[in-house]
Structures are given as structure tokens and as C-alpha cells.
Design a protein around this ligand. Structure first.
Ligand code: SAM
Length: 321
């Protein structure tokens, strides 16, 4: 009862409703919110504090940045988070103030995309080298070969293919392989690699992982290798991957476990400081995957995780529900 009342008090104010709505669409820092709402940092920090104390927002510290997101309502007894979701459902998104906030958020997202694109552009040719600074590439490749040893890869989709490393590794075992990436520069490097390796069944296309230009169930295996930590909305990226996978399709995610290296965000345009097991598990389940497994590759400051999961066919999903 107390928790619910505190949540109600937290959201019962115009600016705080707008913050709640914005943080439901994207994970944001105070300085993002200063730009979006045009209010001072101390004022917004006060509002954020109340929203966090009311358990309707969650605060995540990432190095020197604090980031805010909607509280997760996965726990059945968490009435504050459920209340926040219910309030969001009732918000009239056509309200001019809320609509303007969303326009500004879209502009901010485009700025992030441009920054990431610029980074990728500047680093396309050097990317392979940069990656070796973070992880032991050979250990990851071996783990990928191990976990997929008994898989029939079928039609493979490499999402955020970059320089096409994964196409080189897994492409020869697939019936066909497509790599998609937003960056034309990256794709130029990938195309050169495909040509070099003679991978005639592989192709790359410029496409957005949130809008994959393929019909439902066009693929049997999807891979996201070091892509999700750049994603504004990983849950949406996984939902889109799920859409283009067959009923029993498999997904392979390689990314960092949650870490404290703030410079990866500042200098390398990372959007996420790696991920917790719970985050990945929840997003995969929401996207219709089950049979989730993880292999952790420790070593150095960053732990690389290889997550695998398989789509739950519709009938099974309905049964489970
Ligand atoms: C760190 S690179 C990883 C490349 C490759 N998977 C690898 O591990 O070598 C991340 C890639 O994701 C791509 N990317 C980022 N956002 C994307 C989006 N929305 N749609 C498609 N590709 C995206 C980038 O252009 C970049 O090539």
C-alpha cells in the first residue's frame, strides 16, 4: 500500500509524467533529459530522485553517468512498476506536449545514430584491430564453433555484420548467409572479405536491424556479434530477429557482461555497459525464445558471453502461456 501511494505521488506532476514517458521509450541520462525538456539539471535531478524513490524508474550507474529507465514490472508483487505501466498505457500520446517530447527524442536518437555511424566510418578499416584490444578473438571464435557444433545453420543472418568476420567463420557451414549493417563503409570491408574468402553463398546488404528487409521466418539462425551494446533498444532488435527466424530458429548473441569501463561509452560510442544475465534472458523470453544458455569467457576487464536460445514454436508458446 505504502509503495503504491509513493508511486502515485511520484508520477502526479506534469514534468515527472513526461520524464516517465521518455524513459519508457529510451534509457536516458540527466543531460539527455536537460536537452529534451529544457529544464535545469538540479530541477530534473530532483524529479528523477522522486521517481526512483517511488520505484517507477530504475537508476543505473555507468561509470560517471547515471542512466534512467522504466522500472521493470516482472515481479508480480511489484505494484509500483505495474502502476507505472498502467499510467503509461493511459497517457494520450497525441497530447501536444508528449508528442513534442517524442519528436525531440527521435532527434536525439538520430544524433546518437550519427555519432555511432561516424565512429564506425572512421574505424571501419581499423575495426578488427580495435576489437583485439577488448577480447581474445580466437577464444570467442572457438566458443562459437563449440556451441554451434551440432546446429544445422540453414539460412544464416548476421545482424550488424560489420567487417563480416562472423560470415567468414560461420558462412561456410550455412546453406546461405546474409550480413546486414547500417554502415556502407563497414559493408565495403565485409564485401572485400567475402570476395577474398570466396564465400559465394554469402551476401551483405545495407539495412537497419530494427527493420530487417526480409519476410517473417526467412532465416534459421541469427547472430548478433558485438552489436547489442550499440543498440538503443536491444529488446526491439531481438524481437525483429525473432520475426525473421523460422519457428524453431536459433539465435546466437555475443556481447560483454555488465562492466564498469565508462570509457567504452565515451570513446567508443557504446550505448550499454555490457548486459546482466537477467537483461538478456528477459529480452530473449519476451522475443519468444526459450532454451537459453550462456558460455562466459572471462579474461581481462571484460567478460565476453555467448548466449544461445531457440524460438519456441507457436503452439508451445501458447501452451506455456
Ligand atoms: C562492433 S561492430 C561488430 C561487427 C561484427 N558483428 C563483428 O563482431 O565483427 C557493430 C556493428 O553494428 C552495426 N550496427 C549498429 N547499429 C546498427 C543497426 N541499427 N542496424 C544494423 N547494423 C547496425 C555497426 O554499423 C557495426 O558494423
Amino acid at each position: 500500500m505504502d509503495r503504491l501511494l509513493q508511486a502515485m505521488r511520484a508520477v502526479a506532476e506534469p514534468t515527472r509524467i513526461r520524464i516517465l514517458n521518455l524513459c519508457a521509450h529510451s534509457e536516458l541520462t540527466v543531460s539527455d533529459l536537460v536537452g529534451l525538456l529544457g529544464q535545469s539539471q538540479p530541477r530534473l535531478s530532483r524529479h528523477l530522485k522522486l521517481l526512483v524513490e517511488g520505484h517507477v524508474l530504475e537508476r543505473h550507474q555507468e561509470g560517471s553517468w547515471a542512466r534512467y529507465r522504466l522500472a521493470s514490472d516482472r515481479r508480480a508483487d511489484d505494484n509500483a512498476a505495474s502502476f507505472a505501466s498502467a499510467v503509461l498505457d493511459l497517457l494520450p500520446q497525441e497530447d501536444p506536449v508528449l508528442a513534442r517530447d517524442m519528436d525531440r527524442l527521435d532527434r536525439l536518437r538520430r544524433k546518437w545514430d550519427a555519432e555511432a555511424a561516424d565512429y564506425f566510418k572512421r574505424n571501419a578499416a581499423e575495426w578488427d584491430h580495435i576489437r583485439t584490444l577488448h577480447v581474445d578473438e580466437e577464444a570467442v571464435s572457438n566458443a562459437l564453433s563449440d556451441v554451434t557444433r551440432n546446429w544445422s545453420l540453414g539460412r544464416l543472418l548476421d545482424i550488424g555484420t560489420g567487417t563480416g568476420k562472423l560470415l567468414e567463420l560461420l558462412g561456410p557451414r550455412a546453406n546461405s548467409a546474409v550480413g546486414i549493417d547500417l554502415s556502407a563503409e563497414m559493408l565495403r570491408v565485409a564485401r572485400a572479405a567475402i570476395e577474398r574468402e570466396g564465400l559465394t553463398d554469402c551476401q551483405v546488404r545495407q539495412a537497419d536491424m530494427y527493420q530487417i528487409p526480409s519476410a517473417d521466418q526467412d532465416f534459421d539462425t541469427a547472430v548478433l556479434h558485438m552489436v547489442l551494446h550499440y543498440a538503443d533498444d536491444p529488446a526491439q532488435a531481438l524481437a525483429e530477429a525473432s520475426r525473421v527466424l523460422s519457428d524453431t530458429g536459433r539465435i546466437l548473441i555475443v556481447d560483454f557482461e555488465q562492466h564498469n569501463l565508462a570509457e567504452l561509452r565515451a570513446e567508443h560510442a557504446h550505448r550499454w555497459p555490457g548486459f546482466t544475465q537477467e537483461q538478456i534472458q528477459n529480452w530473449l523470453q519476451e522475443a519468444g525464445f526459450g532454451d537459453i544458455a550462456v558460455t562466459r569467457l572471462e579474461g581481462g576487464a571484460l567478460t565476453v558471453c555467448v548466449w544461445t536460445a531457440q524460438k519456441i514454436a507457436h503452439s508451445q508458446a501458447e501452451e506455456a502461456a
